[in-house]
Design a protein around this ligand. Sequence first.
Ligand code: ZN
Length: 392
Amino acid sequence: MADPAPTLSPAELARYSRHLLLGEIGVEGQHKLARARVLVVGAGGLGSPAALYLAAAGVGTLGIADFDTVADHNLQRQLLHETASVGEAKVASAARRLRATNPFITVVEHAEGITPANAVSIFSTYDAIVDGTDNFASRYLNNDAASLTQKPLVYGSVFKFEGQVSVFDPARGGPCYRCLFPEPPAAGSVPGCGEAGVLGALCGVIGSLQALEVVKLISGIGRSLVGRLLTYNALAQEFQTLTLRRDPHCPRCGHTPTITAIDTKTYAPACATPATPNLPPMNDDYPLEISVSAAQQLLDQSPCAVMLVDVREPYEVEIAAVRGAECIPMGDIPSRVRDLPRDEHLLIMCHHGGRSMRVTSFLRSQGFTAVTNIAGGIDAWAEQIDPALRRY
Ligand SMILES: [Zn+2]
């Protein structure tokens, strides 16, 4: 941030006048914002409000990284995108909206998203990173790359009705994400990949707080959330601030770190197929998991000996369903165990294969041997078997 101060045009001075009126920001602070380069990782629920506020605030260079495309079910909370953008790359949709919000800034599109291969080189060209991602693999990657490049990482996360915000900045003495959680949770132990709901306006609260922390960091005002975790409960309307300590044994920022570079093999999605639990011995006829095409073959070949059980919620079944499936929401399975036939091969299906694997494991623990998970769920079914099924 050592460039000579850019000159703000009269039009810009007028646009930012409510910032300039704040003595703590003023013309000097606005110049700092204009010189700043901020990267928002994820143009989703958190990235939307964060990027919109940073663009409006006059952050001179705003990077947006996302590999995904806009889907219908994003529009409930991802305000960067509109109905007409469904199917378009999120970075393109986001950049259009941000440039329309503020034509005085430069928006940089990173359409491949942040990957283990590009994280360090992209992060090193920015002053601050906003983590707007929604999965553990990305969160650990962002943490490690931000800390390796010595950039502050403005972290935010939401789950159902609760949110968290912090600033991880070991280069300036604070802890990192791994100081709190050294390793990702076991695969399948946490909901993810669209299985957990989230209140749209909650993303607005948390993403806006992330933008606020960035503006504070750049303009050098206030007390940042470095070393503190702000938690928010939307149902109770309560904020709490917890003190975070740096872990001297942290694998990334501790005294003897074991993570000293980005190893491309260690950032696998944690919400893929859950880990295989301890189960009764496997029978070759009834594998723990099969593909959608194998499931379809079984259903076609022996419709009387095979039963398709859809464990999604009723509203999901209304969106899309495979014909002939018996619908029992996951939560009802324990009370419906007695209704399930033990002389038929049960094929368990959900949205992406996570919930159905839990049900498969549960049924095997109840003595069912002929029970198999359908990998990828109805989403894979729509992709590979029946394109007429609506995806969500
Ligand atoms: Zn650490």
